[in-house]
Design a protein around this ligand. Structure first.
Ligand code: CU
Length: 169
């Protein structure tokens, strides 16, 4: 369990919700991605392109309710960046077992305990999503189309915007 976690962000798309998660994968580099991972060379990094760096979602940093990966795209429960910034705080965030993040030779399950230990070891990466590429004040299909995570959402709502490796204090 994380007793208390804070995210202080600025420079984000204003008045828009920003999905934010703790990412971790046993097979990931456990660091923030660079454009070197832009495998199709279109000049933008998608959430999936970033996975070799930060791994899959293990915790959804929602404002209320469920914080498991099931809330990955619960956009009505993520912080809204008024004027492009927000200060997020949440207490007592529980870890859960997550499929697809552990050792593939061992079924791929990462247990809550494994995840807690990895985060303690500085391998958890916080990713904030949502970028208004065409600067029209909202997430829309614009020139880049739908999200590869869920076609219900524009890619602008799900592409990674900011990233930081979690440290213990
Ligand atoms: Cu994420």
């Amino acid at each position: 369990m994380i007793k208390r976690l804070e995210v202080h962000a600025n420079g984000l798309t204003p008045d828009a919700p920003h999905a934010q998660h703790i990412h971790y994968g046993q097979q990931a580099l456990n660091e923030c991605p660079t454009l070197a991972l832009d495998t199709n060379h279109d000049g933008r990094l998608t959430t999936v392109e970033g996975i070799p760096a930060y791994g899959p979602v293990v915790v959804s940093l929602t404002t209320t309710g469920d914080t498991t990966p099931a809330s990955l795209l619960a956009v009505d429960r993520f912080p809204v960046a008024k004027d492009g910034s927000y200060d997020y705080k949440r207490k007592n965030i529980k870890f859960t077992d997550v499929a697809g993040i552990g050792d593939p030779d061992n079924g791929g399950i990462g247990t809550a305990k494994d995840i807690a230990q990895a985060i303690r070891d500085g391998e958890g990466v916080v990713v904030i999503h949502g970028l208004d590429y065409n600067d029209n004040g909202k997430y829309d299909l614009g020139t880049i189309g739908a999200s590869e995570l869920d076609p219900k959402f524009p890619a602008e709502a799900t592409d990674p915007a900011a990233c930081g490796v979690l440290e213990r204090h």
